[in-house]
Design a protein. Structure first.
Length: 405
Protein backbone atom coordinates (compact mmCIF):
# COMPACT_ATOMS: atom_id res chain seq x y z
CA UNK A 1 0.00 0.00 0.00
CA UNK A 2 1.41 3.36 -1.08
CA UNK A 3 0.52 6.54 0.75
CA UNK A 4 0.57 8.76 -2.35
CA UNK A 5 0.98 7.96 -6.04
CA UNK A 6 1.64 10.65 -8.65
CA UNK A 7 0.67 9.66 -12.19
CA UNK A 8 2.76 11.45 -14.81
CA UNK A 9 6.50 12.02 -15.09
CA UNK A 10 6.59 15.43 -16.72
CA UNK A 11 7.81 18.52 -14.91
CA UNK A 12 4.47 19.12 -13.13
CA UNK A 13 4.23 15.53 -11.89
CA UNK A 14 7.85 15.51 -10.72
CA UNK A 15 7.62 18.92 -9.03
CA UNK A 16 4.44 17.75 -7.26
CA UNK A 17 6.28 14.64 -6.03
CA UNK A 18 9.20 16.91 -5.07
CA UNK A 19 6.89 19.03 -2.88
CA UNK A 20 5.07 16.01 -1.47
CA UNK A 21 8.38 14.46 -0.40
CA UNK A 22 9.03 17.57 1.68
CA UNK A 23 5.56 17.98 3.13
CA UNK A 24 5.30 14.27 3.98
CA UNK A 25 8.91 13.09 4.42
CA UNK A 26 7.79 9.72 5.86
CA UNK A 27 5.29 9.02 3.08
CA UNK A 28 5.53 5.92 0.94
CA UNK A 29 5.55 7.87 -2.33
CA UNK A 30 5.61 6.61 -5.92
CA UNK A 31 5.58 8.17 -9.41
CA UNK A 32 4.22 6.28 -12.44
CA UNK A 33 5.24 7.20 -15.99
CA UNK A 34 4.20 5.31 -19.14
CA UNK A 35 7.25 6.33 -21.19
CA UNK A 36 10.80 4.93 -21.00
CA UNK A 37 12.15 8.23 -19.67
CA UNK A 38 11.10 11.38 -17.86
CA UNK A 39 9.80 14.59 -19.48
CA UNK A 40 9.09 12.96 -22.85
CA UNK A 41 6.12 15.08 -23.88
CA UNK A 42 5.23 18.74 -23.20
CA UNK A 43 8.22 19.30 -20.89
CA UNK A 44 10.79 17.81 -23.21
CA UNK A 45 9.46 19.41 -26.39
CA UNK A 46 9.29 23.10 -25.51
CA UNK A 47 11.85 25.80 -26.22
CA UNK A 48 13.00 26.12 -22.62
CA UNK A 49 11.84 29.69 -21.88
CA UNK A 50 11.63 30.91 -18.29
CA UNK A 51 8.53 33.12 -18.49
CA UNK A 52 8.29 36.32 -16.48
CA UNK A 53 4.50 36.45 -15.99
CA UNK A 54 3.90 39.56 -18.10
CA UNK A 55 1.13 38.04 -20.26
CA UNK A 56 -1.20 36.81 -17.55
CA UNK A 57 -4.21 38.47 -15.98
CA UNK A 58 -3.28 40.05 -12.62
CA UNK A 59 -4.57 37.92 -9.77
CA UNK A 60 -4.76 34.74 -11.86
CA UNK A 61 -2.93 31.57 -10.87
CA UNK A 62 -0.88 31.90 -14.05
CA UNK A 63 0.33 35.37 -13.06
CA UNK A 64 1.03 34.41 -9.46
CA UNK A 65 2.71 31.11 -10.23
CA UNK A 66 4.76 32.44 -13.17
CA UNK A 67 6.29 35.34 -11.22
CA UNK A 68 6.98 33.13 -8.20
CA UNK A 69 8.02 30.23 -10.40
CA UNK A 70 10.62 32.13 -12.39
CA UNK A 71 12.38 33.14 -9.17
CA UNK A 72 12.18 29.63 -7.73
CA UNK A 73 13.34 28.06 -10.99
CA UNK A 74 16.46 30.22 -11.07
CA UNK A 75 17.15 29.44 -7.41
CA UNK A 76 16.75 25.70 -8.09
CA UNK A 77 19.10 25.91 -11.08
CA UNK A 78 21.75 27.68 -9.01
CA UNK A 79 21.49 25.16 -6.19
CA UNK A 80 21.46 22.07 -8.41
CA UNK A 81 23.85 23.04 -11.20
CA UNK A 82 21.26 23.27 -13.99
CA UNK A 83 22.13 25.28 -17.11
CA UNK A 84 20.17 28.53 -17.35
CA UNK A 85 20.57 32.12 -18.53
CA UNK A 86 18.38 35.01 -17.38
CA UNK A 87 19.01 36.77 -20.67
CA UNK A 88 15.83 38.87 -20.90
CA UNK A 89 13.58 39.45 -23.89
CA UNK A 90 11.90 42.17 -25.92
CA UNK A 91 8.22 42.22 -26.94
CA UNK A 92 8.16 44.29 -30.10
CA UNK A 93 5.46 46.41 -31.74
CA UNK A 94 6.15 46.65 -35.46
CA UNK A 95 3.25 48.92 -36.43
CA UNK A 96 1.20 51.77 -34.96
CA UNK A 97 -1.92 49.65 -34.50
CA UNK A 98 -0.04 47.48 -31.98
CA UNK A 99 0.94 50.35 -29.67
CA UNK A 100 -2.27 50.33 -27.56
CA UNK A 101 -1.91 46.55 -27.13
CA UNK A 102 1.73 46.99 -26.13
CA UNK A 103 0.74 49.62 -23.57
CA UNK A 104 -1.93 47.32 -22.12
CA UNK A 105 0.61 44.53 -21.87
CA UNK A 106 3.06 46.87 -20.15
CA UNK A 107 0.43 47.86 -17.57
CA UNK A 108 -0.36 44.19 -16.97
CA UNK A 109 3.31 43.46 -16.38
CA UNK A 110 3.57 46.35 -13.93
CA UNK A 111 0.47 45.08 -12.09
CA UNK A 112 2.18 41.69 -11.81
CA UNK A 113 5.16 43.32 -10.07
CA UNK A 114 7.70 43.05 -12.89
CA UNK A 115 10.65 45.40 -13.32
CA UNK A 116 10.09 46.18 -17.01
CA UNK A 117 10.51 49.22 -19.24
CA UNK A 118 9.22 50.65 -22.51
CA UNK A 119 11.96 51.31 -25.07
CA UNK A 120 12.05 53.06 -28.45
CA UNK A 121 13.62 52.24 -31.80
CA UNK A 122 17.21 53.11 -30.85
CA UNK A 123 17.10 51.02 -27.68
CA UNK A 124 15.50 48.13 -29.58
CA UNK A 125 18.51 48.19 -31.91
CA UNK A 126 20.83 48.10 -28.91
CA UNK A 127 19.05 45.00 -27.57
CA UNK A 128 18.46 43.26 -30.92
CA UNK A 129 20.28 44.94 -33.83
CA UNK A 130 18.37 43.14 -36.62
CA UNK A 131 14.86 43.72 -35.26
CA UNK A 132 12.62 46.28 -36.92
CA UNK A 133 10.24 47.78 -34.35
CA UNK A 134 8.84 51.12 -33.30
CA UNK A 135 8.45 50.40 -29.59
CA UNK A 136 9.03 47.45 -27.27
CA UNK A 137 8.83 46.19 -23.72
CA UNK A 138 12.14 45.10 -22.27
CA UNK A 139 11.63 42.18 -19.86
CA UNK A 140 14.86 41.43 -17.94
CA UNK A 141 13.27 38.63 -15.88
CA UNK A 142 12.79 36.27 -18.84
CA UNK A 143 15.35 33.58 -19.48
CA UNK A 144 16.18 30.16 -20.90
CA UNK A 145 16.83 26.83 -19.22
CA UNK A 146 17.18 23.10 -19.87
CA UNK A 147 13.95 21.74 -18.37
CA UNK A 148 15.08 18.15 -18.95
CA UNK A 149 18.02 18.83 -16.63
CA UNK A 150 15.60 20.27 -14.06
CA UNK A 151 13.61 17.03 -14.21
CA UNK A 152 16.76 14.91 -13.93
CA UNK A 153 17.76 16.75 -10.75
CA UNK A 154 14.30 16.27 -9.26
CA UNK A 155 14.40 12.56 -10.09
CA UNK A 156 17.76 12.27 -8.34
CA UNK A 157 16.40 14.12 -5.29
CA UNK A 158 13.30 11.91 -5.14
CA UNK A 159 15.42 8.76 -5.39
CA UNK A 160 17.60 9.99 -2.53
CA UNK A 161 14.47 10.55 -0.45
CA UNK A 162 13.24 7.00 -1.02
CA UNK A 163 10.48 7.57 -3.56
CA UNK A 164 9.66 4.73 -5.95
CA UNK A 165 9.96 5.82 -9.58
CA UNK A 166 8.35 3.55 -12.18
CA UNK A 167 9.01 4.06 -15.90
CA UNK A 168 7.32 2.01 -18.66
CA UNK A 169 4.22 1.79 -16.46
CA UNK A 170 1.01 2.82 -18.22
CA UNK A 171 -2.13 3.41 -16.20
CA UNK A 172 -5.16 1.52 -17.57
CA UNK A 173 -7.73 1.99 -14.79
CA UNK A 174 -8.18 4.18 -11.71
CA UNK A 175 -10.81 3.10 -9.20
CA UNK A 176 -11.54 5.21 -6.11
CA UNK A 177 -12.85 3.31 -3.09
CA UNK A 178 -13.79 4.53 0.39
CA UNK A 179 -10.37 3.87 1.92
CA UNK A 180 -7.98 3.60 -0.99
CA UNK A 181 -7.45 4.03 -4.74
CA UNK A 182 -6.70 1.08 -7.00
CA UNK A 183 -4.51 1.81 -10.02
CA UNK A 184 -4.30 -0.89 -12.67
CA UNK A 185 -1.28 -0.58 -14.98
CA UNK A 186 0.13 -2.72 -17.77
CA UNK A 187 2.71 -4.02 -15.29
CA UNK A 188 0.92 -4.48 -11.97
CA UNK A 189 -1.88 -3.14 -9.79
CA UNK A 190 -1.03 -0.49 -7.18
CA UNK A 191 -2.99 0.39 -4.06
CA UNK A 192 -2.65 3.90 -2.66
CA UNK A 193 -4.34 6.06 -0.06
CA UNK A 194 -4.21 9.08 -2.36
CA UNK A 195 -3.52 9.80 -6.04
CA UNK A 196 -2.41 12.92 -7.93
CA UNK A 197 -3.10 12.99 -11.67
CA UNK A 198 -0.52 15.04 -13.63
CA UNK A 199 -0.88 13.33 -16.99
CA UNK A 200 -0.95 16.40 -19.23
CA UNK A 201 -2.22 15.36 -22.67
CA UNK A 202 -4.26 12.56 -21.06
CA UNK A 203 -5.36 14.37 -17.88
CA UNK A 204 -9.05 14.47 -18.81
CA UNK A 205 -9.10 10.74 -19.54
CA UNK A 206 -7.44 9.82 -16.23
CA UNK A 207 -9.81 12.16 -14.37
CA UNK A 208 -12.82 10.42 -15.91
CA UNK A 209 -11.24 7.00 -15.20
CA UNK A 210 -11.30 7.97 -11.53
CA UNK A 211 -15.03 8.67 -11.74
CA UNK A 212 -14.68 12.46 -11.53
CA UNK A 213 -17.02 14.42 -13.81
CA UNK A 214 -15.53 17.48 -15.53
CA UNK A 215 -16.87 19.80 -18.20
CA UNK A 216 -13.76 19.90 -20.34
CA UNK A 217 -11.75 17.94 -22.85
CA UNK A 218 -8.08 18.14 -23.81
CA UNK A 219 -7.58 19.41 -27.36
CA UNK A 220 -4.01 18.87 -28.66
CA UNK A 221 -2.40 21.76 -30.55
CA UNK A 222 0.90 21.14 -32.31
CA UNK A 223 3.45 23.94 -32.33
CA UNK A 224 5.84 23.67 -35.28
CA UNK A 225 9.30 25.26 -35.26
CA UNK A 226 12.10 26.10 -37.62
CA UNK A 227 15.69 26.61 -36.58
CA UNK A 228 18.10 29.24 -37.89
CA UNK A 229 21.15 27.87 -39.65
CA UNK A 230 24.36 28.40 -37.62
CA UNK A 231 25.66 31.11 -39.97
CA UNK A 232 22.51 33.14 -39.18
CA UNK A 233 22.62 32.88 -35.38
CA UNK A 234 23.96 36.45 -35.19
CA UNK A 235 20.50 37.73 -36.17
CA UNK A 236 19.14 36.93 -32.68
CA UNK A 237 20.86 37.75 -29.40
CA UNK A 238 18.25 36.50 -26.90
CA UNK A 239 14.42 36.32 -27.00
CA UNK A 240 12.28 38.30 -29.45
CA UNK A 241 8.47 38.18 -29.24
CA UNK A 242 5.68 39.96 -31.13
CA UNK A 243 2.77 41.74 -29.48
CA UNK A 244 0.20 38.97 -28.92
CA UNK A 245 -2.91 38.93 -31.08
CA UNK A 246 -5.84 39.49 -28.66
CA UNK A 247 -8.10 37.58 -31.06
CA UNK A 248 -6.08 34.36 -30.70
CA UNK A 249 -5.07 32.52 -27.50
CA UNK A 250 -1.42 31.93 -28.50
CA UNK A 251 1.65 34.19 -28.40
CA UNK A 252 2.53 34.22 -32.11
CA UNK A 253 5.76 33.18 -33.83
CA UNK A 254 8.90 34.39 -32.09
CA UNK A 255 12.66 33.86 -31.90
CA UNK A 256 14.22 31.97 -28.98
CA UNK A 257 17.88 31.43 -28.20
CA UNK A 258 18.15 27.97 -26.65
CA UNK A 259 20.32 27.07 -23.69
CA UNK A 260 22.04 24.25 -25.58
CA UNK A 261 22.83 26.45 -28.56
CA UNK A 262 20.80 27.29 -31.63
CA UNK A 263 17.96 29.67 -32.39
CA UNK A 264 14.35 28.47 -32.71
CA UNK A 265 11.76 30.33 -34.75
CA UNK A 266 8.07 29.63 -34.13
CA UNK A 267 5.74 28.13 -33.22
CA UNK A 268 2.53 28.24 -35.13
CA UNK A 269 -0.48 26.51 -33.51
CA UNK A 270 -2.42 23.86 -35.43
CA UNK A 271 -4.81 21.14 -34.38
CA UNK A 272 -2.92 17.88 -33.90
CA UNK A 273 -4.62 14.76 -35.27
CA UNK A 274 -3.16 12.75 -32.39
CA UNK A 275 -2.67 13.66 -28.73
CA UNK A 276 1.00 12.85 -29.04
CA UNK A 277 1.19 13.95 -32.67
CA UNK A 278 4.56 15.62 -33.13
CA UNK A 279 4.62 15.12 -36.92
CA UNK A 280 2.16 16.32 -39.57
CA UNK A 281 1.63 12.68 -40.55
CA UNK A 282 0.78 11.49 -37.00
CA UNK A 283 -2.83 10.34 -36.79
CA UNK A 284 -4.98 8.46 -34.28
CA UNK A 285 -8.58 7.53 -35.00
CA UNK A 286 -9.68 7.62 -31.34
CA UNK A 287 -7.98 10.93 -30.61
CA UNK A 288 -9.36 12.67 -33.69
CA UNK A 289 -12.86 11.25 -33.32
CA UNK A 290 -13.03 12.56 -29.75
CA UNK A 291 -12.21 16.05 -31.03
CA UNK A 292 -14.67 15.86 -33.93
CA UNK A 293 -17.51 14.68 -31.64
CA UNK A 294 -16.91 17.38 -29.04
CA UNK A 295 -19.30 20.30 -29.42
CA UNK A 296 -16.89 22.63 -27.62
CA UNK A 297 -14.35 22.20 -30.44
CA UNK A 298 -16.84 23.30 -33.10
CA UNK A 299 -17.82 26.34 -31.06
CA UNK A 300 -14.13 27.24 -30.72
CA UNK A 301 -13.55 26.66 -34.44
CA UNK A 302 -16.44 28.92 -35.41
CA UNK A 303 -14.96 31.71 -33.28
CA UNK A 304 -11.33 31.43 -34.41
CA UNK A 305 -11.66 30.00 -37.91
CA UNK A 306 -9.87 32.90 -39.60
CA UNK A 307 -6.86 32.73 -37.27
CA UNK A 308 -6.93 28.93 -37.44
CA UNK A 309 -6.85 29.01 -41.23
CA UNK A 310 -3.79 31.29 -41.15
CA UNK A 311 -2.04 28.90 -38.76
CA UNK A 312 -2.81 25.93 -41.03
CA UNK A 313 -1.52 27.82 -44.06
CA UNK A 314 1.72 28.62 -42.22
CA UNK A 315 2.02 24.94 -41.35
CA UNK A 316 2.14 23.96 -45.02
CA UNK A 317 3.74 27.08 -46.50
CA UNK A 318 7.28 27.91 -45.42
CA UNK A 319 6.97 31.17 -47.34
CA UNK A 320 4.00 32.23 -45.19
CA UNK A 321 5.83 31.18 -42.01
CA UNK A 322 8.88 33.22 -43.00
CA UNK A 323 6.70 36.23 -43.85
CA UNK A 324 5.47 36.25 -40.23
CA UNK A 325 9.05 36.08 -38.97
CA UNK A 326 10.07 38.94 -41.26
CA UNK A 327 7.71 41.26 -39.44
CA UNK A 328 10.24 41.11 -36.59
CA UNK A 329 13.49 40.51 -38.50
CA UNK A 330 13.11 41.57 -42.16
CA UNK A 331 16.46 40.07 -43.22
CA UNK A 332 15.41 36.48 -42.43
CA UNK A 333 15.04 34.45 -45.62
CA UNK A 334 13.59 31.01 -46.41
CA UNK A 335 17.07 29.63 -47.02
CA UNK A 336 18.11 30.62 -43.49
CA UNK A 337 15.71 28.16 -41.84
CA UNK A 338 15.59 24.39 -41.45
CA UNK A 339 12.71 22.39 -39.93
CA UNK A 340 13.03 21.64 -36.21
CA UNK A 341 11.14 19.44 -33.77
CA UNK A 342 7.55 20.20 -32.76
CA UNK A 343 5.73 20.25 -29.44
CA UNK A 344 2.12 19.48 -28.55
CA UNK A 345 0.18 21.64 -26.09
CA UNK A 346 -2.57 20.08 -24.00
CA UNK A 347 -5.30 22.74 -24.05
CA UNK A 348 -8.40 22.21 -21.94
CA UNK A 349 -11.62 23.27 -23.66
CA UNK A 350 -15.08 23.48 -22.10
CA UNK A 351 -18.22 22.24 -23.85
CA UNK A 352 -19.39 25.83 -24.49
CA UNK A 353 -16.26 26.49 -26.55
CA UNK A 354 -14.42 28.42 -23.82
CA UNK A 355 -10.69 27.81 -23.59
CA UNK A 356 -9.65 27.15 -19.99
CA UNK A 357 -7.18 30.02 -19.66
CA UNK A 358 -5.84 29.37 -16.17
CA UNK A 359 -4.46 26.37 -14.33
CA UNK A 360 -7.36 24.10 -13.46
CA UNK A 361 -7.03 21.68 -10.54
CA UNK A 362 -9.93 19.42 -9.51
CA UNK A 363 -9.95 17.78 -6.04
CA UNK A 364 -11.87 14.59 -5.30
CA UNK A 365 -12.26 12.35 -2.24
CA UNK A 366 -8.97 10.49 -2.62
CA UNK A 367 -7.42 12.22 -5.59
CA UNK A 368 -6.44 15.53 -7.17
CA UNK A 369 -6.51 16.07 -10.93
CA UNK A 370 -4.44 18.70 -12.75
CA UNK A 371 -6.75 19.16 -15.73
CA UNK A 372 -5.12 22.20 -17.33
CA UNK A 373 -1.48 23.16 -16.98
CA UNK A 374 -0.41 24.92 -20.21
CA UNK A 375 2.46 27.38 -20.55
CA UNK A 376 3.87 28.73 -18.24
CA UNK A 377 3.57 25.42 -16.35
CA UNK A 378 7.25 24.53 -16.77
CA UNK A 379 8.33 27.93 -15.42
CA UNK A 380 5.74 27.70 -12.64
CA UNK A 381 6.27 24.02 -11.77
CA UNK A 382 7.53 24.59 -8.22
CA UNK A 383 4.66 26.77 -6.96
CA UNK A 384 2.20 24.55 -8.85
CA UNK A 385 3.69 21.46 -7.20
CA UNK A 386 3.52 23.06 -3.77
CA UNK A 387 -0.08 24.21 -4.28
CA UNK A 388 -1.07 20.67 -5.24
CA UNK A 389 0.87 19.10 -2.35
CA UNK A 390 -0.79 21.53 0.07
CA UNK A 391 -4.22 20.26 -1.06
CA UNK A 392 -3.40 16.66 -0.16
CA UNK A 393 -5.02 15.91 3.22
CA UNK A 394 -3.08 14.68 6.21
CA UNK A 395 -2.81 10.91 5.92
CA UNK A 396 -2.00 8.15 8.36
CA UNK A 397 1.25 7.11 6.78
CA UNK A 398 2.12 3.47 6.24
CA UNK A 399 5.24 2.36 8.12
CA UNK A 400 8.40 2.50 6.01
CA UNK A 401 10.19 -0.83 5.91
CA UNK A 402 13.96 -0.74 5.56
CA UNK A 403 15.82 -3.94 4.76
CA UNK A 404 19.46 -4.02 5.85
CA UNK A 405 21.77 -6.48 4.12
Amino acid sequence: MKDIIVIGGGIVGLSTAFSLSRRFPQANLAVLEKESGWAKHQTGNNSGVIHSGIYYKPGSLKAKFATEGSRQMIQFCREHGVDYDQCGKVIVATKQSELPLLENLFQRGMANGLDISLIGEEQIKEEEPYVKGIKAIKVPQAGIVDYKQVCERMVHDLTQRGAELHLNTEVKQVMQHDHNVEIVTDKKTFQSKYVVNCTGLHSDRVTKMAGVEIDLQIIPFRGEYYELKPEKHHLVKNLIYPVPNPDFPFLGVHFTRMIGGGIEAGPNAVLSLKREGYKKTDFDVKDLSEVMKYKGFWKLASKYWKEGAKEMWRSYSKKAFVKSLQELIPSVQEADLVPASSGVRAQALQSDGTLVDDFFIVPSKRSIHVCNAPSPAATACFPIGKAIADKVPELEMSPRIYIHS
